[in-house]
Ligand binder design. Sequence first.
Ligand code: KG4
Ligand code: ZN
Length: 344
Amino acid sequence: MTIILGLESSCDETAAALVTGDGQILAHKLATQEAEHQPFGGVVPEIAARAHVDALMPLVRAAFDEAGIGLNDVDAIAATAGPGLIGGVMVGLVTGKALAHAAGKPLVAVNHLEGHALSPRLADRTLQFPYLLLLVSGGHCQLLRVDGVGQYRRLATTIDDAVGEAFDKTAKLLGLGYPGGPRVEKAAREGNPKAVPLPRPLVGTADPHFSFAGLKSAVMRAQQTGNYRIEDIAASFQQAAVDCLIDRTRLALTHCPDVTALVVAGGVAANTSIRKALETLAGEHGLPFVAPPMWLCTDNGAMIAWAGAERYALGLTDAIDIPARPRWPLDPSAEKARGAGVKG
Ligand code: KG4
Ligand code: ZN
């Protein structure tokens, strides 16, 4: 059985994991940088890169200790090579290259988004291609048709903010702090989702693209009126985000009637309201709904090791001089969304 070491360092989590080719997680270790970034209300790239340097090798050692194996027992080393904060990506990728070189093992340069996109197949070993994937994270909000490893067709993307970014900015506006997503979700539990009238940008439009910038501005205006409880704004915001995600996903499903499942991945997939609404939508279409467990939704090393295992099984290894990439779309042929800003 093949064993892959996976390294992740593209944002504010440092992680190392050992995963087998048949999906057993031998060890997964993670260090969050929440405390380092908390005083700044968001991720500071330079602080992140330095923290990855400190955290990564101890996590690799701890993963090997837990699994009771050593570097010579792995078949390949997978490391996130982008997209993400370039300083952090370089820390993980260079570490992966050094370990691969020292042990004479192949390197697999993993697209972080492919890590998220294939993580549902680690969670549910019966999940087959093609599936419709809603990929929702701090940097991305996309609907992708997944036809195979490395085979992605982007059906939709955000024309401005990613949904995780909207959660994070809403948290900041409401004084809930960082990390935003889980704090908004917690506050929303105590609020009334109908209390604050908020827009549902792009809902009902012909392309399944997303937009969250207007929603964030509306949250700011609602907050400035001083008329609403924080919990009610949080609940109303979350409901608006859910409505947008569901409307767009429903439309995308009509574009690919042959998919085997509706799948969600990425940090925002840890949100219970979003998972419940997607499960209902899948049920309406007679499709199974697959969502990785919460810890596998937010950034982690197991998803990188698993994407590495899927690529390694197909002979997809990389040269040791492969560069780190701050931007790296899963579907490079996708056209820019109409009305889109800089993000894609
Ligand atoms: O995938 P991820 O861990 O990192 C990126 O690749 O971006 O996603 C992080 C994003 C952040 O925006 C965070 O606020 C959001 O996922 N998030 C959530 C929840 N947990 C994490 N958003 C909503 N509800 C949550 N429970
Ligand atoms: Zn991520």
